[in-house]
Design a protein around this ligand. Sequence first.
Ligand code: HEM
Length: 217
Amino acid sequence: MTQIRIRERHSRWVRWSHWLNVPLLMIMIWSGLLVYWANPQYIPFPQWLAKPLRMDYRLAEGMGWHFAVMWPFALNGFIYGLYLAFSGEWKEVVPNRSSAREAVQVVAHDLHLRRELPAQSGKLNGAQRFAYSGALLLGFFAVVTGVAILKPVQGSWLTELLGGYAWARFEHFVCMCGLVVFTFVHLAQVARAGWKNLRTMIAGYEVVETETDSRET
Ligand code: HEM
């Protein structure tokens, strides 16, 4: 007999901070690119690309958005971090002893090199644990390196710790690139996992089907 149960997968805190993070991160990346592109000395991408994307000479606009949205972006990440720490859910997200092996097996499965998915220890598989913890670290360092280049005089100790102003700027850019890569891979995985998985991040619940021996009931 098939038994169907509904089980909570993502709490309200996780879902709200996750979905708020999507527009906040997009605005931070877009406005950050406006700032980078405004100074020819710092061009991360060719100038010919800036024109068709209409991203040239918009420094004030970029800074305005970046410095306004950095507060809710950082606060949202902070609240999510506090939630993970105090609910004990960090144990489900941070890689554990079997995560490295599990992650290799999940990637092998995704590349069609292995037939079965490995047995999963907890809510997230090893590959997800590494990817999500990595994204959280990137978000954290994006804020830290951002503070270092926003306040290089008042926070000179931090800027020095990160290797000086030029390095902190570069590290800030690298964090952004990492978050972009994560988002693309994440979206591909979400598309692959299908609607049932996406629904868990919207509604919070997952449907669990278990086979029971009818003689037991
Ligand atoms: C429209 C864009 C996005 C969609 C559709 C999406 C979808 C999802 C879904 C369905 C899950 C649940 C996976 C599971 O339970 O197996 C998830 C988890 C997660 N996503 Fe996204 N996501 C998006 C953007 C992002 C972005 C931009 C970030 C961060 C840079 C992010 C970070 C995370 C993290 C950290 C988790 C794990 C949350 C936890 O379990 O505590 N997502 N996402």
